[in-house]
Write a protein that binds this ligand. Sequence first.
Ligand code: BTN
Length: 254
Amino acid sequence: MKNIKSCLNNEHDIVLLEEIDSTNNYAKTLARNGEKSGTVIIAKTQTAGKGRLGRSFCSPFGTGLYMSIILRPDCDIENVSLLTSCMAVAASRAIDNLYSTDVKIKWVNDLYLNGKKISGILTEGAVTSDRKSDFAILGIGVNIKSVKKHFSDDLLEIASSLEDETGKTFSVSEIAAEIINELDNLLPDFEKAEFIKEYRERSCIIGADVLVSKQGREIVAKAVGISDRAGLIVRYSDGAKETLTSGEARIKKS
Ligand code: BTN
């Protein structure tokens, strides 16, 4: 973990923790106390790692990258959700740059390798009284070393790690630094969402039959595209189209 700073293209304060409930929670506390944009929090393990939609993110010691970045984007809150897709592209690029992998993105916040989830992203934020973003916490978990001993059989059905999928050896620090560098490249213009072209190209959901969660029900649809603002465009069996901007679409098993 020591050499992250030496691999960074730009200056960032980095807080390294042995153990924490959630790096996103820790980052939120720092941000509320005025911590500056760009500060990075990384933990070796999380005892209560959080995923989207109230799920947990399994974070065994020394096995993955558990990282949160404090941002203070000068933008309207409508655009904060673009940060998740921006991070998805940055992290996919970072891993592919370093290890010549072919990382795919599953709308909206998951990274996949060989059909298995290897990473998840959770963006949380706070708003000012004039509906601007006060701060955003961009959290990412990447399963790096083997997770076979750590994950339940149910979890191993859908999730894996870079090492388990490729048999190669990976460096947590190198991946952390490369993700920060790629994010630094994209963030200045993230509101223009030019990265969506690459998000689409990396998508593993376009063309798939999906189950869209709506008011506690799952509705079958076809994922037909990603909108210019990172929504998932689906077509229902009656031909009606909808652009989903939140919630979940699960790829239907054939
Ligand atoms: C998901 O799979 O739905 C998102 C997972 C996000 C996990 C990361 S790990 C670092 C940061 N801290 C958390 O508690 N969650 C995010």
